[in-house]
Design a binder for this molecule. Structure first.
Ligand code: UTP
Length: 298
C-alpha cells in the first residue's frame, strides 16, 4: 500500500458541492425548486453548507449543478435591483446580508448533464480540482457545531495523517441501509482506518454501524478510480465504489466528527433541522418554545 508521506500533503483549498440530484424524497416541493434551496428558518440549506466550507478554510467552491438548479447559482450572485431597492429604503442590514452572501467565497459551477450518481457528479469537477486534495460536502447534509466546523475537523485529520478522510458517525443499526458503510479498525478516540466500504448494505450484511455522512476530504487519485467505476447500486456511479478501490491502494481514514447532522433531503430530517435551528435563534427561541409547549400540551 503506497502511504501518503507528509511531503506529499498539500493544503485543502477547494471544495466540491454536488447539487444536481432530483430530490425525489422531497417531492412535490422539489418538482420546480432545488432541495438545496429549502430554507432552514430563513436561510437556504446550501448557504449553511457553503458557510461551513468557508469557515473551514476553503478558498474555492465548485457547485455541480443541473439545468433545474439555477436558483442556487443565483443565490450566490449579486442582485443589483434588490440591492438598489434596499439601499433606497434604508434597509442596510438586509443589504449587507445579501451582499455578504455574494462576496463570501469564489464559486464556480459545472453541469452534470445527466444525474448519473454522486460519483459521476464528483467526476464532473475533475478539471476544477486538478492535482490537489479536495473536500466534498453533500448539498443536502447540514452539520451543526458551534465549535470546530465538521469539515475543519476532517481537514485537521488529513493534515496530520494524509490520505482520504471520510466523515462518519455511528447510526442506528436499522438505518445503516441508508448510508455508505465503513469496515475498518478503530485506531484512536474518534479515528478509524478504512479497509472496505459497502454502499447501503442490508443491516444483516453490514460489518459495522459506522455510516458516511456527507463530508469527505479526498485525494486526487479518486478521479482515476471514478473513471473506471461502472454503475453500481441503483444504476448510479457510486462514490463509495471508487473510494473502496482507492482504499485498496492508499491509506484511508474515517473520522467520527463532532456535530449534529441533519439530512435535509428527507422530510423528517428537514423538520428536525427547522425546529432545532429555530430553537437556537435568539430572535425566535422564546416565542417558538412557548408555541411548541402550547401545542404539545393540547
Ligand atoms: P442524494 O442521493 O441525497 O440526492 O445525493 P438525490 O438523488 O437528489 O435524492 P433523492 O434520493 O432523489 O431524494 C446527495 C447529494 O448529491 C447530489 C444531490 O443533489 C445531493 O446534494 N447528487 C446526487 C448529484 O449532484 N448528482 C447525482 O447524480 C446524484
Amino acid at each position: 500500500m503506497s502511504k501518503i508521506t507528509s511531503d506529499k500533503i498539500k493544503p485543502v483549498r477547494k471544495a466540491v458541492i454536488p447539487v444536481a440530484g432530483w430530490g425525489t424524497r422531497f417531492l412535490p416541493a422539489t418538482k420546480a425548486m432545488p432541495k438545496e434551496m429549502l430554507p432552514i428558518v430563513d436561510t437556504p440549506t446550501i448557504q449553511y453548507i457553503v458557510e461551513e466550507a468557508v469557515s473551514s478554510g476553503i478558498e474555492q467552491i465548485c457547485l455541480v449543478t443541473s439545468h433545474t438548479k439555477k436558483a442556487i447559482e443565483d443565490h450566490f450572485d449579486r442582485t443589483l435591483e434588490l440591492e438598489a431597492l434596499l439601499e433606497a429604503g434604508g434597509k442596510t442590514e438586509y443589504l449587507k446580508q445579501i451582499r455578504d452572501i455574494a462576496d463570501m467565497v469564489e464559486i464556480v459551477s459545472v453541469r452534470q448533464k445527466v444525474a448519473k450518481g454522486l460519483g459521476h457528479a464528483v467526476l464532473c469537477a475533475k478539471s476544477f480540482v486538478g492535482d490537489e486534495p479536495f473536500a466534498v460536502l453533500l448539498g443536502d447534509d447540514v452539520v451543526y457545531n458551534d465549535g470546530t466546523p465538521c469539515l475543519k475537523q476532517l481537514i485537521d485529520v488529513y493534515n496530520d495523517k494524509g490520505g482520504t478522510v471520510l466523515g462518519v458517525q455511528t447510526v442506528a443499526h436499522e438505518n445503516i441501509c441508508k448510508y455508505g458503510c465503513v469496515d475498518g479498525d478503530k485506531i484512536g478516540d474518534r479515528l478509524y482506518t478504512v479497509h472496505d466500504m459497502i454502499e447501503k448494505p442490508k443491516p444483516e450484511d453490514a460489518p459495522t454501524d459506522v455510516g458516511v455522512l456527507g463530508r469527505y476530504v479526498i485525494t486526487p487519485e479518486i478521479f482515476e478510480k471514478l473513471e473506471n467505476t461502472t454503475p453500481g447500486a441503483g444504476g448510479e456511479i457510486q462514490l463509495t465504489d471508487a473510494l473502496k478501490a482507492l482504499a485498496a491502494e492508499q491509506d484511508m481514514y474515517a473520522y467520527d466528527f463532532v456535530g449534529r447532522r441533519y439530512d435535509v433531503g428527507d422530510r423528517l430530517g428537514f423538520l428536525e433541522a427547522t425546529v432545532e435551528y429555530a430553537l437556537r435563534r435568539d430572535d425566535l427561541k422564546d416565542d417558538f418554545k412557548a408555541y411548541l409547549k402550547n401545542i404539545l400540551t393540547k
